[in-house]
Design a protein around this ligand. Structure first.
Ligand code: DAH
Length: 351
């Protein structure tokens, strides 16, 4: 028995060293201490066949071996558990002294900023914002604006015609004038702006086939050219600063009479002459004029009654390009930059 116990102990010590993980340790425990097939259990059972003196000595040796095996297994189990905790801690190590990650902050696109700044100025002056469709018909885009089919002014705004239904992409937001007066919410008073996309067969460094405009229309009793000049001057000064002079030049648009072209003292060179103002000291910024009586008459004809009587009411209208405002504002010379959405460009603006 003594030899068997010693051999078993040596086997166990060797196997314990080789046991790498919890399941190997459990297998070892079963093999030595298992109730049915355990090697120590089997020797315990064999004790009964020995004589009393021999049995006492062998029993003591077996008990010692059992204690040795149990404590060896327990210690190995504890070691395995603390090893895996240490490994996990190492793996999940978190450096709480690192600075946090800030999500990038978005901002307004320079065209959105220009449009909203324009809108804010007119909202503060009591204007309403009116929205119209980009797919239009000939009537709202040209006809009602005193540009019949053979009118030469149409050539300046050649557009994209849809194949069916006589539809086209609007060439200007002046369509909003007609649509608003026809919708006729509180006649004959009108004080609106219509921001939106417009389309033309134009394509060069300062023109894009799609761009944005803001139209304005004011109608009422006793509206004069003086109101037009005062409003536009107040608006341009609010947008660019009161230090820049505003100049009105005679011009021609079919839907206004008289018509004016509005220039702003160059915001880049202050009027001395530079590349942006083509050495003139002035920037062409918008078209405007007193609403032509033919426009009121066209609306009345559609409505079937006289709502905007040209003998009773007058009005002024204006239109300007949002890209143009943003280009002048930021000294940008290529309109494409607005549409490429390159963050290196967009991040240069305060939004
Ligand atoms: N519709 C013109 C354009 O697209 C701009 C314009 C000029 C609008 C004079 C007006 C106006 O309302 O009175 O170039």
């Amino acid at each position: 028995m003594k030899d068997q116990v010693r051999a078993l102990r040596e086997d166990f010590d060797r196997e314990l060293k080789a046991a790498g993980d919890a399941s190997a340790l459990q297998a070892l425990r079963d093999r030595y201490l298992g109730r049915k097939a355990g090697a120590i259990t089997a020797l315990m059972k064999a004790l009964g066949a020995l004589g009393p003196a021999e049995r006492r000595v062998a029993g003591q040796e077996l008990n010692e071996l059992k204690t040795h095996v149990e404590s060896g297994l327990d210690a190995a189990r504890d070691r395995a558990a603390s090893d895996s905790t240490a490994q996990r801690l190492a793996r999940e190590r978190l450096d709480i002294t690192l600075p946090g990650r800030r999500p990038p902050h978005g901002r307004r696109h320079p065209l959105t900023a220009a449009r909203e700044d324009l809108e804010d100025i007119f909202l503060a002056m009591g204007y309403e914002i009116f929205d119209g469709p980009e797919v239009e018909d000939d009537y709202h885009c040209f006809e009602a604006l005193n540009m019949p089919a053979d009118h030469p002014a149409r050539d300046m705004q050649d557009t994209f015609y849809l194949a069916e239904g006589g539809l086209l992409l609007r060439t200007h937001t002046s369509t909003g004038q007609i649509r608003y007066m026809l919708s006729n919410p509180h006649p004959p008073d009108v004080r609106i702006i219509c921001p939106g996309k417009v389309y033309r067969r134009d394509d060069d460094i300062t023109h894009s086939p799609m761009f944005q405009q803001i139209e304005g229309l004011v109608v009422g009793k006793g509206i004069t050219l003086g109101d037009l000049k005062g409003t536009i001057e107040a608006f341009l000064h609010a947008l660019f600063g009161a230090q820049f002079p505003v100049r009105f030049r005679p011009s021609y648009f079919p839907y206004t009479e008289p018509s004016v072209e509005v220039d702003l003292g160059c915001v880049v060179c202050g009027g001395k002459g530079c590349r942006v103002c083509k050495q003139t000291g002035w920037l062409e910024i918008m078209g405007s004029g007193m609403v032509h009586p033919a426009v009121f008459e066209a609306v009345n004809a559609r409505l079937g009654r006289v709502v905007y009587d040209p003998e009773e009411v007058t009005g002024f209208a204006f239109g300007l390009g949002i890209e143009r405002v943003a280009m002048v504002r930021h000294g940008i010379d290529n309109i494409r930059l607005f549409y490429e959405n390159d963050l290196r460009f967009l991040e240069q603006f305060p939004g």
